[in-house]
Ligand binder design. Structure first.
Ligand SMILES: NC(=O)c1ccc[n+]([C@@H]2O[C@H](COP(=O)([O-])OP(=O)(O)OC[C@H]3O[C@@H](n4cnc5c(N)ncnc54)[C@H](O)[C@@H]3O)[C@@H](O)[C@H]2O)c1
Length: 244
């Protein structure tokens, strides 16, 4: 297979970093796209991949980053829409509106803007590409205090299906991976709290919180030719948590 150009948003940390490393290990040309330019540069250097600084929630930043990447490497073959955050938590009746707005802006608007820009680019370039969105099982199963975050992931799943339908005539596939809790910098706080960690693990039939290496193979698969007949799907990687 020819080397593909793979853009991973939020690739400087956690699931995105491990995804970038996995695609690089398969010999693909990887671009880490992150709002933290310094972290993106350092991680890219460590992994021997490319990087670009962008804010996925800002259309001008997104368009500039897509233009910079394509000028440097040619067409983008794979987009992993991974960048996301919760930004805080709390009951819907008390949640700070600024936390809600930031979460919607990055997770929903950001995924929309990246899909819009890279989808249009793939269509124009005639690239039969793949887009993989990182959702969450929270899109389908509520946890008190995370309603704002989970609603953005439900929106990402709806966007996944719409984009899959609209881009299918161009041979572009759009899927999602929906992890349960994963040990990353995003969850480091709660994972360090033994009681909170045990309470979460009690919800997982397979008994443990995921590591990034439990999640990444599904992302790589959905972007691979082996998944050529799969589009509009959301694959839960949750140790069975959705069964409960
Ligand atoms: N960790 C979990 O338990 C878990 C579970 C389900 C889903 N997810 C999802 O997986 C994805 C990655 O999570 P993680 O745990 O690896 O998080 P993380 O905090 O370790 O990494 C997120 C990365 O995204 C970048 N980022 C944030 N805002 C950005 C923006 N506006 N533009 C560009 N980059 C931006 C950050 O700089 C960071 O490098 C997120 O979408 C998250 O919602 C995480």
């Amino acid at each position: 297979m020819n080397k593909r150009t793979v853009v991973v948003t939020g690739g400087a940390s956690g699931i995105g970093r491990a995804t970038a490393e996995a695609f690089a290990g398969e010999g693909e040309h990887v671009v880490i796209a992150d709002i933290s330019g310094e972290a993106a540069r350092d991680v890219a250097k460590e992994l021997g991949v490319d990087h670009v600084e962008l804010d996925i929630s800002d259309p001008e930043s997104v368009d500039a980053a897509v233009a910079a990447v394509t000028a440097r490497t040619g067409p983008i073959d794979v987009l992993v829409n991974n960048a996301g955050l919760a930004g805080g938590g709390g009951p819907i009746t008390a949640l700070d509106v600024a936390v809600f707005d930031r979460c919607v802006r990055v997770n929903f608007r950001g995924t929309f803007l990246m899909t819009r820009a890279v989808g249009a680019h793939m269509v124009a370039a005639g690239t039969r590409g793949a887009i993989v969105n990182i959702s969450s099982i929270g899109a389908r199963q509520p946890t008190p205090g995370l309603g704002h975050y989970e609603a953005t992931k439900a929106a990402v799943e709806a966007l996944t299906r719409s984009a899959a339908l609209e881009l299918a005539p161009h041979g572009i596939r759009v899927n999602a991976v929906a992890p349960g809790p994963v040990l990353t910098p995003m969850t480091a706080g709660f994972a360090a709290d033994t009681a909170a960690r045990e309470a979460w693990e009690a919800r997982i039939p397979l008994g443990s919180i995921a590591s990034v290496s439990d999640v990444v193979p599904s992302v790589v698969f959905l972007a691979s030719p082996g998944a050529r007949h799969i589009t509009g799907a959301s694959l839960q990687v949750d140790g069975g948590q959705l069964l409960g």
